[in-house]
Design a protein around this ligand. Structure first.
Ligand SMILES: *[C@@H]1O[C@H](CO)[C@@H](O)[C@H](O)[C@H]1NC(C)=O
Ligand SMILES: *[C@@H]1O[C@H](CO)[C@@H](O)[C@H](O)[C@H]1NC(C)=O
Ligand SMILES: *[C@@H]1O[C@H](CO)[C@@H](O)[C@H](O)[C@H]1NC(C)=O
Ligand SMILES: *[C@@H]1O[C@H](CO)[C@@H](O)[C@H](O)[C@H]1NC(C)=O
Ligand SMILES: *[C@@H]1O[C@H](CO)[C@@H](O)[C@H](O)[C@H]1NC(C)=O
Ligand SMILES: *[C@@H]1O[C@H](CO)[C@@H](O)[C@H](O)[C@H]1NC(C)=O
Ligand SMILES: *[C@@H]1O[C@H](CO)[C@@H](O)[C@H](O)[C@H]1NC(C)=O
Ligand SMILES: *[C@@H]1O[C@H](CO)[C@@H](O)[C@H](O)[C@H]1NC(C)=O
Ligand SMILES: *[C@@H]1O[C@H](CO)[C@@H](O)[C@H](O)[C@H]1NC(C)=O
Ligand SMILES: *[C@@H]1O[C@H](CO)[C@@H](O)[C@H](O)[C@H]1NC(C)=O
Length: 800
């Protein structure tokens, strides 16, 4: 070893010495020894200071750390007694050499199960029993230089030498004092014992009888011992001479897998032979308990049986088909039983019911039933405590998970998407100059007798839009669609929310000059317009105006209510509502104009596939960066925090309903086109009405029970995040609406988008917890996104 190592070793030793001095009052480490952290060495040659007993340290903890004990040249050291090494549990190496060791107790190493290296060279040992080491796995045993006798007691050393375990030159003293090599030792009545069971495998039926015979040999005559764990079966042992019989009567299944061994032991050594009982018996289900929710749902059971029983489940007496979402899982085999679960991944109320476990093997069968309840059945007896957030005036039954009871169909097919896409491209080509979303169209003016601006009614007669009767008295329109507030009882039933003195700004018709049509929605056309005298600083500003086609009495009431509502929702990430113009038909609402249009289109235009929409390779828009995506997400979350603080449930949060302005400013709102352009995003329910639902954005409880809450908005926000990180892909685009409903109600969630960082996907998963109360809080989502966005600064100018 290097000088450095030696030096550090010495200083370490010194350090330990100091520590020892501090710790131990009195001589814990004998004077002739040195005690370091893991080693004790006693090598002082002064006979006066020789140890005469095994060194013992102050505390058990110290002794626990010792792995190495070295004793040499201790002239008064003669024995290792029962408890001397008791606390050196981690001892691996022991050397006692050149001392006067004469006696080693049979229990000396009882507690030193790690002992591997034992050097007892040059001592005064005349014999040593193999039994001292029977429980150990000694790899080096050095005994040379001892006055060993050529006795049967030392025969095991010869056998060990014969095996070549630790080659050394061992001699023994024969009668008459002559020394001879131990390897040539040959004693007439000194033979290692053997034990033989006449069977190697026992397979018996429960309740039967059997007999085992053990034949032993060896000299001196070995002691014959049967070893077994306490047996439940009745048994009797009959021994005569070297042969013993074990009679087992009425074998109990509880003794299955028991090991029975027969051992023979004498002074030379020991040998044993064993069998494992294989007792066959019919299944017994000892436990079938109530379902509990862990990571998944589990109906726990314990079942015994040999051979291993086959397990099948019945629900309401019908076989349960096991698959990806429901399957039997055995966790472990212990206490002679198989313990497992019927594991259910996100079960719903249709999974409620009596579960019967059938266990069978060739010897019989057993069954037990337990009632499992996972989720309240919303159809049962009107005990629903939470309101179903759906218009109570219609005879509408909430849809259940997809099954035959509910006839559902897709409204608009792929052809429509393609067609709309084509139209969209035409619009873009027509109006797109350098900027795809730039304003270049010819101006137009609202004409009172223009057919397209027919009498106000906020619902068209179009087949894929709701009719006003379905919307009910609470219907209000936000942005330009009816969805968000209409069925939001929280909002309308808490009176204080809607300030009675809300002042809706009125704008004069002559101050609005239409420039071009932006689109046509379910409720009327949307135009880009210039609005004069709206703000004191500016002469005119660009606005988006929404016209209402029809104006029935109801529609007018709705219109005013919506205007009041919008006036009250003011936030930097909610699209700004400027006011109304009700001087004449059509009625008009004036909104802030967001240059880049809806976020979904924007994402697609700035994604990898955007070359399709761009003006050619040279003008291809820059792909959004991750930090820009985070910036977008963060702004939507900010808007949602605000809506939640106003106890407002959006119900249709999606990128198509967000708008993008300059400098990547994003706001929540929409311009009423989304229903038409994005009709495949919605799912039409035929039961009791023609409600369109954005199921791909909806959590299970909204799909199944039409329950919309701030928590369901959080779910949708998770989907919005997914949309952002996929550059505007449709969630579950590869699946049909029916398949989507099945997936969501089964508990599947969208996969991590390729470009999505883990933190963001974790956030999505936090939004998609099945239990609404388990989902992230909207405020936390916003904070997290804000921090992530801050961590990667946005370079806005790329997008202008
Ligand atoms: C025992 O060893 C451990 C780690 O090897 C050490 O942290 C501890 O201080 C030692 N205890 C004593 C009493 O030496
Ligand atoms: C000593 O053995 C005990 C178990 O007996 C173990 O927990 C401990 O880690 C061991 N200490 C050292 C230093 O090996
Ligand atoms: C023990 O003493 C002998 C001589 O008496 C000496 O050669 C040997 O090095 C000593 N052993 C130790 C470990 O000090
Ligand atoms: C223990 O003995 C073995 C075998 O001789 C040796 O390799 C090892 O280094 C020793 N361990 C200690 C801590 O002395
Ligand atoms: C060696 O052991 C024998 C007994 O086995 C004893 O009579 C003798 O005194 C011992 N020799 C020494 C030097 O201790
Ligand atoms: C005994 O030790 C050896 C190596 O030292 C190891 O290979 C063997 O598995 C051990 N046996 C038992 C029963 O611990
Ligand atoms: C074992 O021996 C007993 C008699 O000693 C006999 O009855 C039994 O059938 C034997 N078992 C086998 C498997 O040979
Ligand atoms: C026991 O074994 C010996 C020799 O191995 C054999 O001679 C004897 O017949 C056996 N006895 C029984 C009962 O199997
Ligand atoms: C066997 O044991 C079982 C209980 O373990 C008992 O019910 C049965 O009566 C017993 N049969 C005989 C034949 O003793
Ligand atoms: C089945 O197991 C239960 C619980 O361990 C036990 O009470 C019952 O006796 C067993 N039934 C049979 C037929 O073994």
């Amino acid at each position: 070893m290097s000088a450095f190592r030696m030096g550090s070793w010495v200083s370490l030793l010194g350090f330990y010495w100091v520590l020892m001095e501090l710790w131990s009052i009195g001589a814990a480490c004998p004077a002739s020894c040195s005690c370091s952290g893991t080693r004790i060495a006693c090598v002082d040659q002064d006979p006066e200071r020789s140890i005469n007993a095994f060194p013992v340290l102050q505390s058990e903890i110290e002794m626990d750390n010792i792995t190495d004990i070295y004793i040499a040249n201790q002239s008064r050291f003669s024995s290792i007694n029962d408890k001397d090494l008791h606390y050196y549990r981690n001892l691996t190496n022991l050397t006692v050499t050149n001392s006067r060791l004469t006696y080693v107790s049979r229990l000396a190493f009882q507690n030193n199960l790690r002992l591997q290296y034992l050097n007892l060279k040059d001592n005064n040992l005349s014999s040593l029993s193999w039994r001292i080491f029977r429980h150990l796995n000694i790899s080096n045993l050095i005994l040379s230089g001892n006055p060993l006798h050529c006795s049967c007691e030392n025969m095991w050393m010869k056998l060990r030498l014969d095996e070549g375990v630790d080659p050394q030159d061992l001699k023994c003293i024969a009668e008459g004092g002559r020394r001879k090599p131990l390897s040539s030792l040959n004693l007439p009545h000194c033979v290692v014992p053997m034990a033989t069971l006449n069977v190697s495998k026992v397979t018996e039926l429960e309740g039967s009888d059997m007999k085992l015979t053990c034949n032993t040999s060896g000299a001196p005559s070995p002691e014959l011992i049967w070893n077994m764990a306490p047996l439940v079966s009745y048994y009797k042992i009959e021994t005569s001479g070297q042969v013993s019989e074990l009679h087992l009567h009425n074998l109990s299944s509880l003794d299955n897998n028991c090991r029975i061994s027969c051992s023979a032991e004498n002074i030379v050594g020991q040998h044993e032979s064993s069998v494992v009982l294989d007792i066959r018996f019919p299944p017994n289900i000892s436990k079938l308990m109530d379902a509990y929710q862990d990571h998944h749902w589990c109906i726990p059971f314990s079942v015994s049986g040999n051979p291993k029983p086959e397990l099948h489940w019945l629900l309401n007496d019908l076989p349960v088909t096991e698959g990806l979402y429901i399957f039997t899982k055995i966790h472990d085999f212990s206490d002679k039983e198989y313990h497992g679960c019927l594991q259910l991944d996100s079960p719903t109320h249709i999974n409620n019911g009596p579960y019967t476990l059938l266990a069978s093997n060739e010897h019989g069968r057993d069954q037990k039933t337990v009632y499992a309840h996972f989720m309240r059945d919303p159809f049962e007896g009107g005990t629903v405590t939470e309101p179903l957030y759906y218009d109570p005036t219609t005879e509408d039954t909430p849809i259940g998970p997809p099954d035959d009871r509910v006839a559902v169909y897709v409204v608009v097919g792929i052809a429509a998407v393609a067609f709309m896409g084509f139209l969209l491209m035409l619009v873009i080509l027509k109006f797109g100059g350098n900027s795809k979303f730039g304003i270049k169209g010819a101006s137009s003016v609202i004409s009172n007798d223009d057919d397209s601006a027919s009498p106000l009614h906020h619902v068209s007669n179009g087949s894929n839009t709701p009719s006003s009767s379905e919307i009910g008295p609470d219907a209000v329109i936000i942005g330009m669609t009816k969805i968000p507030v209409i069925e939001n009882p929280q909002y309308f039933r808490s009176n204080n929310m809607l300030k009675s003195d809300t002042f809706v700004q009125h704008i004069k018709r002559h101050n609005i000059v239409l420039k071009r049509e932006l689109g046509e929605g379910a409720f009327g056309k949307v135009f880009l317009a210039e609005c004069y005298n709206l703000s004191p600083e500016l002469d005119k500003i660009l606005v988006a105006v929404k016209t209402l086609k029809e104006a029935s009495e109801n529609a007018r009431k709705d219109f005013h209510r919506e205007a009041e509502l919008l006036t009250n929702l003011q936030h930097e990430h909610i699209v700004t509502f400027y006011g109304v113009c009700v001087e004449s038909d059509p009625l008009i609402m004036v909104f802030e104009y967001m240059k880049h249009g809806d976020l979904n289109k924007f994402l697609r235009a700035h994604g990898p596939d955007s070359v399709m929409m761009g003006d050619g390779p040279t003008n291809r828009p820059v792909e959004l960066t991750q930090s820009q995506m985070l910036h977008i997400a963060q702004q939507i979350a900010a808007g949602m925090v605000y809506l939640a603080s106003q106890h407002f449930v959006h119900r249709d949060l999606a990128t198509r309903n967000c708008l993008v302005g300059e400098n990547l400013l994003v706001k929540i709102g929409d311009f009423g086109m989304s229903r038409d352009v994005y009709s495949t995003d919605y799912y039409r329910v035929s039961v009791g009405g023609h409600t369109m639902l954005p199921i791909r954005w909806m959590p299970p409880e909204s799909i199944m029970y039409r329950k919309f809450t701030t928590e369901s908005d959080v779910w949708s926000l998770g989907v919005v995040l997914w949309e952002i990180f996929t550059y505007g892909k449709q969630p579950w685009y590869q699946l049909s609406n029916n398949e989507v409903i099945e997936c969501i109600t089964q508990g599947r969630v969208l996969q991590r988008p390729r470009t999505c960082p883990k933190e963001v996907y974790d956030l999505m998963l936090g939004c998609w917890q099945r239990e609404p109360h388990m989902r992230h809080h909207i405020k936390d989502i916003h904070t997290l996104l804000l921090n992530l966005a801050k961590a990667s600064p946005v370079y806005l100018d790329i997008l202008g």
